[in-house]
Design a protein around this ligand. Sequence first.
Ligand SMILES: Nc1ncnc2c1ncn2[C@@H]1O[C@H](COP(=O)(O)OP(=O)(O)OP(=O)(O)O)[C@@H](O)[C@H]1O
Ligand SMILES: [Mg+2]
Length: 227
Amino acid sequence: MLEDAVVAEDLSFSYSPETPIIENLSLNIPTGSSVAIIGPSGSGKSTLLALLGGFVAPTSGLLSVIGVDISQGSLRRRTQLQQELGWVQQTTNLLPFRSARDNVALPLRLRGCGFNEANAIANQALEVVGLRELAGSACRRLSGGQAQRVCIARAVVTRPRLLLADEPTGQLDASTTKYILNALHDALKLVPGATLVIATHDEAATSICEHTLSVSDRQVVGNLVLS
Ligand SMILES: Nc1ncnc2c1ncn2[C@@H]1O[C@H](COP(=O)(O)OP(=O)(O)OP(=O)(O)O)[C@@H](O)[C@H]1O
Ligand SMILES: [Mg+2]
């Protein structure tokens, strides 16, 4: 049987001892599933995503992500995990003077992929998110929604086993939001078997996800079950 992509048991995290953000969380996310974490501002969605991505270390408890046990917060293991992740953030962090294709090809080039092969894979990913025509455009000339689609393409080119998206549609209008969510959905098809976790307060994100995880309190507490 496939191991779950995320296994959390009694997991806690706080930025300071007085204000726990995540307390005694138990959560399993099956490999290959898609989950929208929905909740109000400040409820801890980004913090949970940062934990899953190994960007912060748990305060206590067990956490295993795509088979990497990061419970003890070891930097080496968290770095190992980050090599296997795709990460889409609310704000686009592209190299503005480089083309969309260069930006998407960059993670492949950093992993030693040759120039032509990296560009071919980048072109394919840009096509999937509807940006074939703009592959050669400098990213500073793209709209917010177009730039976000470049980020999605960049997040999937390395074929990550886990794709984390933090408010990927946070700055966009309703119709662009729909377009971006579809792009994310389509881009995921490039990575069979990958698991997707989106943190959002946008109910629209649930439409592309199989499961919803509702975080309604000021903290992420207890045994959360996917619905
Ligand atoms: N680096 C930090 N240091 C201290 N506290 C932080 C830090 N980052 C977030 N927090 C606090 O942790 C709590 C949860 O924040 P988080 O960013 O996870 O919420 P969120 O659900 O993603 O909110 P939003 O929907 O606004 O993005 C908030 O009270 C926030 O003030
Ligand atoms: Mg957030």
